[in-house]
Design a protein around this ligand. Structure first.
Ligand code: ANZ
Ligand code: ZN
Length: 830
């Protein structure tokens, strides 16, 4: 017999060519009779090379797309490029290339790399977000949102390098200094465009409930926390008579803990607060304090949060609204001007930050909460100021709180809010941590904000007929100033309202804007892209995205902005749906030697090297075999070898396959034990494939599917019935095609006249196993075995197991019951 040699290089390039020539992965025309799946992996930034994180992301998506194609779905599985952004400009500064040239040549390089992985992307829906036909509609949305009042301008503090005369992004500020010239960065106030995402805060929060069970719980949590809805009390302290500052007679605060009102011992306000401003302007503070305040103002908010608590007594007093006590007012670096009212009532005994601050500056502590329910008797006894070594930061029962003592926090909060409302001194309110979305960027490589500054008409949107406003190619990018600002003629334009000479806006949009609607654009065929943003019928057919796959690093901003855009575009009449992503899978990180694989750690394995050495199928098999998709994946060279050896065996050990075009008819009962066992393993693997892809088992555990396929292949090797061999092989090629497509297409062509990869019916006879044996363990220690009939519920299995090990469970408390299907029941005692 002729020796067979597995040569992945030839096989893979052959099939990649075939798929391309036959346009094998283009979605079919919309056909309402046909089931559809929209499978989407998050698109990459075209940095120039793919990394293992990409490979993992796209292999997961590709397995889903191929599976659904096998099962008769019309599948949309697109790919594109998140192409605007800073690295292109940094490359331009460093290497004197043009951002556009750099970006598009990176895209070409990465497209080749993705092709070499055999990913089944649609070619005809591919685009880059820097393509002018994409910018055109983004600018149209911007204008429509402006006209709806969803975009406005507001002063904001930005990082400014006084030497380069340029705005710096946060990542360009290194230890408070400019990344290029080391000059200390200052905060400069400038007018910026903001998108009013807060107008949708309540809906963005509410809709998360519908995603429960379809999105990872930690992502839902992160979204909820980011929106940060809190109920609280807004009220004002009066300034004491000798502290009144001109027109300023009150200090307004926001608290989520009105139950701690009797524990307030001072107030703290933001460095940007009008009271501080007044004191500085009227020279009522020492010069060293003023200097320190200026220094705080010149650090970005995120940096302040990380630095040590810092503050100064402002020398003024406020009156406690319930006790009439006089309390000092401090300026503090951790109080933010753009949250609540920029001022807090400080309760050091019950708030961690206030506690830290009070300890540092020797401010008094007052205990007003306890975990003991019979708190009334504890009043005042327990309230010796200054002596507390620890705070009490939970909710609890009120003490030292006048008429409210004895209540629990949950009861006290609404009562105290009502009390303030009755006195006309405050109001219960809802606050969101979510801020409006600043989208102005003072950079070149982005989508120009389509606005015009007219001396007579103010800020006016461009007319739709003029879109897209494109970037000039002839720019000088050297890191100083804004290249669009410096261009000799680009800014000159005509006011769309009055026809006079005007100047273009030179800000470009945050790149998160592009990734907020790209998944909608893919639904529409390319030949319609020039004329409209989306085609309604196509949108309606393809949405929602059925499976969205990407990194956990996008759990907050990208997903929030994409959800928000979907709602805005719904309200602008483009789409019907409110939530874009029906299911979300966040893949785990790829690690090597315990650390995230990354350039900075120097532990990167280049996917191209693996493909060159072993082939794409090995890379794909390893990636999906090494860990379930949502878990971290530890790189392992010998496991890569192992994956390769499996494929080699699969390819080379085909001696018993009968070349056939039809499924053989096999009478299962007449087979030998080994033959029956082989068939059982094959159909178990097939069953597993259906269960995993159809989510009867959660988390797309492809690793267990691959393990089951390997087991089946071994069982086939243990017998010599050529019919069983051929049938089993045929089934395995179907199961493995979504994972290792090239080798499966090749073998199927060699032996089965190219399979169509259609669903295969399960031979129930082959799964004739009537029962399974379970091990029963207690605290991990094996105590017994039991036989359990198939189709028995988990509840029954647990009950049966308990009966088996009853003597070990006597008088014990079962803390946890763990069941590993078909294998094991474990009881954790304690
Ligand atoms: C008194 C208090 C006592 C507070 C206590 C908390 C615990 P969330 O929950 O995030 O909405 N706060 C209010 N405005 C602030 C600002 N501009 N900068 C910094 N902190 C501010 O946070 C609300 C709480 O954060 C408020 O409730 C206030 O402190 C503080 F045991 O008031 B609290
Ligand atoms: Zn005008």
């Amino acid at each position: 017999m002729q020796e067979r040699i597995y040569n992945p290089k030839d096989i893979e390039s052959k099939w990649q060519r075939f798929w391309e020539e036959h346009k094998s992965f283009e979605p079919h025309n919309i056909d309402l009779q046909k089931k559809k799946k929209y499978i989407l992996s998050m698109f990459p930034y075209p940095s120039g090379a793919i990394h293992m994180g990409h490979v993992r992301n796209y292999c997961i998506g590709d397995a889903l797309a191929r599976y659904y194609r096998q099962n008769g779905f019309n599948v949309l599985h697109p790919m594109g490029w998140d192409a605007f952004g800073m690295p292109a400009e940094n490359a331009a500064i460093k290497h004197k290339t043009h951002p556009k040239v750099w970006t598009y040549s990176n895209i070409d390089a990465m497209r080749k790399e993705l092709k070499s992985l055999g990913l089944s992307f649609s070619k005809e829906r591919e685009f880059a977000t820097s393509d002018e036909v994409y910018t055109k509609f983004e600018q149209a949305f911007f204008i429509q949102m402006w006209e709806k009042g969803l975009i406005y301008r507001k002063q904001a503090y930005l990082n400014w390098c006084p030497n380069d005369k340029t705005i710096l992004a946060n990542e360009q500020v290194i230890e408070g200094k400019c990344w290029r010239c080391d000059t200390p960065v200052v905060q400069k106030q400038m007018s910026q465009y903001y998108i009013k995402i807060t107008a949708y805060a309540e809906e963005l929060l509410g809709c998360l409930d519908e995603l429960e069970g379809h999105w990872p719980p930690q992502v839902l949590n992160m979204q909820r926390n980011w929106i940060g809805k809190s109920r609280g009390l807004n009220f004002a302290f009066s300034l004491s008579a000798d502290s009144v500052l001109g027109d300023i007679k009150e200090l307004e605060v926001f608290t989520t803990r009105p139950d701690t009102i009797y524990g307030v011992t001072y107030c703290a306000i933001a460095p940007e607060h009008p009271i501080v401003q007044y004191l500085v302007e009227n020279k009522l503070l020492d010069s060293h304090i003023i200097e320190s305040i200026e220094r705080i103002k010149n650090t970005a908010a995120r940096e302040r949060a990380q630095s040590e608590k810092l503050g100064f007594d402002l020398g003024i007093k406020v009156i406690h609204p319930l006790t009439q006590e006089e309390l000092p007012v401090w300026v503090a670096n951790f109080v933010l001007m753009d949250y609540g009212s920029g001022a807090v009532m400080s309760v050091p005994m019950h708030d961690e930050r206030d506690f830290e601050f009070a300890k540092k500056y020797d401010l008094p502590l007052k205990c007003v909460l306890t975990d003991k329910a019979d708190s009334q008797g504890l009043d005042s006894k327990n309230n010796e100021q200054d002596t507390y070594l620890e705070g009490y930061f939970e909710e609890g029962y009120l003490i030292n709180s006048g008429e409210f003592s004895g209540l629990h926090s949950t009861e006290a909060k609404p009562r105290i809010i009502a009390h303030f409302e009755n006195l006309g001194r405050g109001k219960g309110i809802i606050n969101y941590r979510l801020r409006d979305w600043g989208v102005s960027r003072q950079r070149y490589w982005g989508a120009p904000i389509p606005m015009v500054h007219c001396e007579y008409c103010g800020i006016v949107p461009e007319s739709f007929a003029h879109l897209p406003i494109t970037l000039p190619d002839d720019v000088n990018i050297d890191g100083e100033g804004n290249p669009l600002d410096k261009h000799p003629t680009w800014r000159d334009c005509i006011c769309p309202k009055c026809g006079r000479k005007a100047r273009r806006e030179t800000d470009t949009m945050d790149t998160f804007v592009q990734s907020s609607w790209y998944f909608l654009r893919y639904t529409t065929p390319k030949d319609m892209w020039e004329k409209e943003a989306f085609d309604k019928a196509h949108l309606a057919y393809w949405l929602n995205v059925d499976e969205y796959i990407g990194g956990i690093e996008h759990a907050i901003l990208h997903l929030l902005y994409a959800r928000f855009f979907t709602k805005v575009l719904r309200d602008l009449g483009y789409i019907e749906i409110s939530e874009p992503f029906a299911n979300l899978l966040t893949q785990g990180m790829v690690l090597k030697a315990g650390a995230k694989m990354s350039k900075s750690k120097g532990n990167v394995v280049n996917p191209n090297d693996i493909i060159a050495r072993y082939g794409a199928d090995t890379a794909r098999l390893f990636i999906l075999f090494a860990a379930p998709p949502t878990r971290e994946l530890e790189w392992n060279d010998s496991a890569v070898e192992g994956a390769y050896r499996f494929l080699k065996r699969l390819y080379e050990r085909t001696r018993y396959i009968e070349s056939m075009r039809k499924k053989p008819t096999i009478a299962h009962d007449t087979l030998t034990k080994n033959e029956q066992y082989a068939r059982q393993k094959v159909y178990e693997a097939l069953q597993k494939s259906y269960d995993i892809f159809n989510k009867k088992q959660s988390g797309y555990a492809f690793n267990t599917l691959i393990a089951a396929s390997m087991e089946a292949f071994n069982a086939l090797n243990e017998q010599e019935n050529t019919q069983v061999w051929s049938e089993g092989y045929f089934v395995l090629l179907h199961i493995l095609e979504p994972i290792v497509p090239h080798i499966c297409w090749e073998l199927s062509e060699q032996y089965f006249g190219r399979a169509n990869f259609e669903p295969i019916a399960i031979d129930e006879n082959a799964l004739s196993k009537q029962s399974v044996v379970y091990a029963i363990t207690i605290n991990g220690k094996k105590r017994a075995e039991m036989e359990v009939a198939l189709d028995v519920s988990e509840k029954q299995i647990i009950a049966q197991a308990k009966a088996h090990v009853a003597k070990w469970l006597e008088n014990a408390h079962i803390r946890k019951e763990i069941i590993v299907p078909n294998k094991l029941v474990n009881f954790v005692l304690g």
